[in-house]
Design a protein. Structure first.
Length: 326
C-alpha cells in the first residue's frame, strides 16, 4: 500500500503524485541532484515579485519533470479507472467520451507523450542525457555544450505547437487529462539497465534475443515491430552497452564521436533519427532500436502496476501494450 488513500479510492492528484514519485525512485541521477533541482525552483519562486508568481508553474516545486503535467481537471476528483495511451489526441478524448456513453467508467485520460502544460517546456528534461553520457565516460563539459545547442533547436521546434488541442477537447467534454513522460522513461531505462547487468550480452544479437524474452517486446514483434539492429550485425561483439531511454527526445548527433572515445560499443534506444544512425556508423558504434511503443509500454507498465496495486484500474489505448507484473 502506498499510503495515499484507502484501496480503490484515490484522488487524481494522488495518482499523479504516485507516478512522479515512482519515476523519481527510478531516476538515474543521484537523489541529491534531483532534490537540488526542486530546491532551486523553490528559491526562484520565493524570490519572485507577487505579480510574477501568477505565471509560475507551481508543479515545479515538487515535480522535477517539466514534461509531465496535469493539464486539465480537478485534482480532488476521485478516480478508480483511468485510460492510458502513448499519444492522446482529440480522437482519444472522443473515444473516452464514447466509452462513457456506453456505460464504461473512465475517470481520467492519461497520455505518455507531452501535451498541454507539458508540451512546450519538455526540452528541459534533455539535460538528463548528460548524466547518462557522463556515466559512460564522456566529460560533462563536452556533453553539456553539445546538449545546450541541441536543446535550443528542439525548443524552437516546439514553440509553434498547438499544445492545447487535446486539452481543449478534454475541457469541453469535462474529462480530466494528465501526462506522464520522463517518470515512465526512467522506469524502462532502469529496468533494461538492470536486466542486462544480470544477463550481460556478448554480441549485438544477444541484446535483441534477450529483449525478446520481455513480454512487451514479444507482443510488439507480433505486430511486426521487433527489436532491430540498425548498425552492426548479430555476430558483432557489443562491448560496453548503454541504454538511452529518457531525456525527452534525441540528443546531439555529435555525441557519438565522444561515446566512441569513451569506449562505448553499443547504444540501445527506442528510436533514432537518420543523422544519429549515420554518426554511429561513422564511429563504429553498434546501434539497436528496441522499439518505441514496446519500450514506452514497459516503462508505463511499471507505474501502472503501482496504480493498480492501489486499486486504480488502467485501461490501455493508443499503442500501450499492457503487461502486469503484480
Amino acid at each position: 500500500m502506498n499510503g495515499y488513500a484507502i484501496r480503490g479510492i484515490m484522488k487524481l492528484i494522488d495518482v499523479y503524485r504516485l507516478a512522479i514519485e515512482t519515476g523519481m525512485k527510478h531516476d538515474p541521477r543521484p537523489e541529491s541532484d534531483v532534490k537540488r533541482l526542486l530546491e532551486d525552483e523553490r528559491k526562484a519562486y520565493d524570490s519572485m515579485d507577487e505579480g510574477k508568481k501568477q505565471y509560475f508553474d507551481t508543479e515545479r516545486l515538487w515535480n522535477p519533470y517539466a514534461d509531465s503535467r496535469l493539464s486539465y481537471g480537478d485534482p480532488d476528483t476521485e478516480v478508480t479507472r483511468l485510460m492510458w495511451g502513448i499519444d492522446i489526441g482529440t480522437g482519444e478524448v472522443l473515444l473516452a467520451d464514447r466509452l462513457r456513453e456506453k456505460g464504461q467508467r473512465i475517470d481520467a485520460l492519461v497520455a505518455h507523450h507531452p501535451l498541454g502544460l507539458a508540451r512546450t517546456p519538455f526540452p528541459e528534461v534533455m539535460t538528463m542525457q548528460n548524466d547518462l553520457y557522463l556515466d559512460a565516460g564522456v566529460p560533462i563539459n563536452i556533453s553539456e555544450a553539445l546538449m545546450n545547442t541541441r536543446m535550443e533547436e528542439v525548443i524552437r521546434n516546439v514553440l509553434p505547437a498547438n499544445y492545447n488541442q487535446a486539452t481543449d477537447a478534454a475541457r469541453l467534454l469535462d474529462i480530466p487529462l494528465l501526462n506522464v513522460h520522463t517518470p515512465a522513461d526512467n522506469c524502462v531505462e532502469d529496468f533494461l539497465t538492470r536486466e542486462f547487468e544480470e544477463h550481460p550480452a556478448r554480441t549485438v544479437g544477444d541484446i535483441t534475443e534477450h529483449l525478446m524474452t520481455i513480454p512487451e517486446f514479444q507482443q510488439s514483434a507480433k505486430f511486426n515491430s521487433p527489436p532491430k539492429i540498425v548498425v552492426g550485425s548479430k555476430s558483432a561483439r557489443c562491448g560496453k552497452v548503454i541504454f538511452k531511454m529518457n531525456g525527452g527526445t534525441s540528443g546531439p548527433k555529435e555525441i557519438y564521436q565522444h561515446l566512441a572515445a569513451a569506449g562505448v560499443g553499443t547504444v540501445v534506444g527506442m528510436h533514432f533519427p537518420e543523422s544519429h544512425i549515420d554518426e554511429a556508423r561513422k564511429h563504429h558504434i553498434n546501434m539497436v532500436i528496441s522499439g518505441h511503443m514496446s519500450s514506452d509500454s514497459l516503462g508505463i507498465n511499471i507505474i501502472a502496476d503501482e496504480w493498480e496495486k492501489a486499486g486504480v484500474e488502467v485501461v490501455p489505448c493508443s499503442g500501450l501494450i499492457r503487461v502486469r507484473r503484480i
